[in-house]
Unconditional design. Sequence first.
Length: 83
Amino acid sequence: MTIDPVVVHERLEAVFRRVFDDDSIVISNEMTADDVDDWDSLEHINLIIACEREFSVRFMTAEIAGLKNVGEFEAILRTKLEI
């Protein structure tokens, strides 16, 4: 079963809003931790765990260690979901 990329993006944005407790967050491909208040190393881990739960996937450390922005993360997520 494949998931529409737009739905993935919307669900990912909802995860960001929950993790950072900020309903005004609008994610973009270029967004980085510098763009979100309170996005520190602990919240990064919480974000990854929340995404794993939301999408029923598992990320390997090597997959997420060198990510530069949300767009790269979403691309890995979409690959895991076989979109």
